[in-house]
Structure formats: C-alpha cells, structure tokens
Design a protein around this ligand. Sequence first.
Ligand SMILES: NC(=O)c1ccc[n+]([C@@H]2O[C@H](COP(=O)([O-])OP(=O)(O)OC[C@H]3O[C@@H](n4cnc5c(N)ncnc54)[C@H](OP(=O)(O)O)[C@@H]3O)[C@@H](O)[C@H]2O)c1
Length: 274
Amino acid sequence: MAEIGSIGFIGAGKMGSALISGVLRAGMVKPAEVFFAETDEGALRRCRKKHGIEAVSTGSLAERCRVVVLCVKPPVVLPVIRQLAGALGPGKLVVSVAAGITTGAIEAELAPGVAVVRAMPNIAATVAASATAVAAGATAGREDLELAARLLSSVGLVVELPEALLDAATGLAGSGPAYVFLFTEALISGALKVGLPYHEARALAVQTLKGAAAMLEADPESHPAILRDAVTTPGGTTIAALHELEQKGFRDAVISAVEAAAERSRELGGAGKK
Ligand SMILES: NC(=O)c1ccc[n+]([C@@H]2O[C@H](COP(=O)([O-])OP(=O)(O)OC[C@H]3O[C@@H](n4cnc5c(N)ncnc54)[C@H](OP(=O)(O)O)[C@@H]3O)[C@@H](O)[C@H]2O)c1
C-alpha cells in the first residue's frame, strides 16, 4: 500500500480542518508531515491551535508535499492551482473536495502526469461520519485512488464512483445532511404542535433517525420500502401519517431536491472552467 508521506491542506475551514483531524486521529501521518495554508487569520490560528501543525505558504506547501488536498471554495480552486502548477510535477497527487470542479479542469492547469482525484465528502466529516464519493481523473492510477480513498476514510464511509456520477453523489450525500436537518426540524415542530416539550422532542427525533439508519445498515439487502411496509399496520397511526406525506408531495420534493443539487453541482463545474 502506498505511503501517504507529507500531506498539505490548502484551506483549513470546515472541511480542511475535519480532514486534518481525521488523518491525525487515524495515525495515517505524523503531525510533522502535515502542513496547511490558509488565508483567513482566524481559521489559521484555530487550525494551528487545534492540530499543532505548521502553517506555510501555498507555494511552499506544494513544493514540500507529495499529496496536496484542495479544501477551498469552488471558485478559488483553479486560481490556486494556476498559482501552484510550477511546483506540482509528476509523482504528486492532488485531491480536490470542491463541489462541481472536474478533474479535467484541474488537470488542464497542471503538467502532464500529475494525478488528480476528486472527492465529495459531507459535513458529517466533522464528526468522522461523512458519506464520501471519490473518483479518479485521467492520470490517476489505482494506487492514487486508493491513497485518496484511505485519506477520506479517516472521516467516514468512502464509495468509489466514475467521475460522471460525482454531481449525482453531491445531490445525495454532499448536500444531504441539510435535507436531514430540515426533516428533523419539521419532526420537532410536529412534536411541539402535539404537545411534546422541545428537549424531549429533539432527543426522540434524533434517536428515531439513528434507529431507522441502524436498521437500514443492519440489512443492506433490504429495500427501505420493505422496512416501511413492516411498520405500517392496517388502520394504524403510521399509514395515516404516510398518507399525509404522500398527499403533500414529500417523495416528489425529495427527488427534486437531489436533482436540483446535482444540477447546481454541474453548473458550478461549468463556472469553474471559465
Ligand atoms: N462544508 C461542507 O459541507 C462541504 C461538503 C462537501 C464539500 N465541500 C467542499 O469543501 C471545500 C471547502 O468548503 P468549506 O465548507 O470547508 O469552506 P470554508 O469553511 O470557507 O473553508 C475554506 C477556507 O479556505 C480559505 N482560503 C481561501 N482561499 C485560500 C487560498 N488561496 N489559500 C489558502 N486558503 C484559502 C478560506 O479563507 P477566506 O475565508 O479568507 O476565503 C477559508 O478559511 C469547498 O470547495 C466545498 O465545495 C464542503
């Protein structure tokens, strides 16, 4: 298995900081081999204090590190890559977690032979429970993809996909936690409406989500519809609620939400090329 070696994170905001925590916690690299570059003074101070690692300039990071992880916002990715292209030669691996930016767009700014892997984690990386999709660019080999997957596995589950499906994965898992937070808010509001106090409602809502997820995880072969059917008693409370959800277009709304986020991810990729 390929060694990670020295690794540098450009951008130490929410995602960069989560990934730094992940690789250090997993013992994948020694703190002395981890570097970061950050333009925001506050984020720089927080990262240095939390992880005890060295902040360097982006240029120095690109020269020192075998693996460079781009954790800046999508519009910043290509300008940063253009700045660093001279320091990134063959043998280096660039991993981008930016929504929408394709490996092709990054490769076009780099010398031939630099491996690029695109990843789409989600915010649950901050509690090591991300659902992450990874895809190899044209020059990345099996070892590069495995190394990137290992790095991302320090913050949760990793699934390999062809790059053509990464916008779809963004629509499901990249943006997905926000849909679940909205659903949870709605559950709590419903509970308040029928008289439960907030703290009890929140605790019951969160445990209901965890319990349903645990059942789905316990039997990966089981379609969610089968589990739902098993708790839908004729003439009972659940069918009354499910009827309301179907009538109000819950299923349609969720399908359209995933589709809209995937479409927006494709648009961001298009904007990144300019
Ligand atoms: N957060 C998520 O849930 C999530 C999920 C999946 C993927 N992602 C991807 O992760 C990437 C980062 O997102 P984030 O939520 O972590 O953003 P963030 O919290 O804003 O972090 C990005 C950090 O990078 C800094 N930065 C900007 N330009 C820089 C440069 N040239 N060199 C070094 N640092 C620079 C920013 O500083 P300034 O404030 O000064 O600009 C900021 O502190 C995005 O591309 C996003 O698509 C995020």
